[in-house]
Design a protein around this ligand. Sequence first.
Ligand code: 0GY
Length: 310
Amino acid sequence: MAERNAEDFTKSPGWLDWYPNPSKPRFAVPAGAVDAHCHVFGPGAEFPYAAERKYTPCDASKRQLYALRDRLGFARNVVVQATCHGADNRAMVDALVHSGGRARGVATVRRSITDKELESLHAAGVRGVRFNFLKRLVDFTPRDELMEIAGRIAPLGWHVVVYFEAADLAELWDFFTALPTTVVVDHMGRPDVKEPVDGPQFQRFVSLMREHPNVWSKVSCPERLSLSGPPALDGERNAYRDVVPFGRHLVETFPDRVLWGTDWPHPNLKGHMPDDGLLVDFIPHIAVNAEAQRRLLVDNPMRLYWPEET
Ligand code: 0GY
């Protein structure tokens, strides 16, 4: 592959931009709802993308993110550092400090980070670090380095967010279960939704959560996991239905350890870009009553990201 020019912010070939005019969801999220997984990208002219990035995205600014928040009816965001910014957290931190206290963040840090830098991330609203194990997104980081970082952020009350492919869980199990913090898994551990919910692959993930009460899951990204895809353009809003049994199983089995997020601006999607309004209408299919919805969208994220208010 050709060496990427670090200064060239031309979008990666085939890059899909975020959906410009999301529909108004039919599902009204409860008051105080948190979008607990979303990103900002640049803008590249202000916050350059990292030299080591594996993709160059479209710009997706804090202003655009907060407009989406308001359009969908959410009160708060958790802004997760995207790999295109490497361990340069400035765009994410800038989004937090301009949120009026309505956003908290998850950073990417290296072993070289100083205590002072960690404290300043904390002051900006960072409450976790993300360890990414997807080879298409990041270069390998030795486990001892990650464990060292986890040991340093634990006293701050932060947690670790992990992103991995379902096929890699067996190999990562011992590392995950040795982490000294709450561990939040992105996108249900990326199950293959062709497999049954009670099949070995997803049940391995369910066992991880059952045996380890410090493990939480984001029941997010149906648009990334779905094979059936969005609905036909017939006005029906019951999208991504093949993902429903997986999300619903986790929401019902672990009601106080699930989070939900849009994943806006949806990096690296192939095929289609979701209407974020439709994604919100997915929620009542996996959290089927008001209590489950309140826990998923308000109580759980508030406990993790704004514990001082709960
Ligand atoms: C997601 C998923 C992806 C990308 C990233 O930080 C990232 O680049 O998280 C992906 O490509 O699956 O959660 O945004």
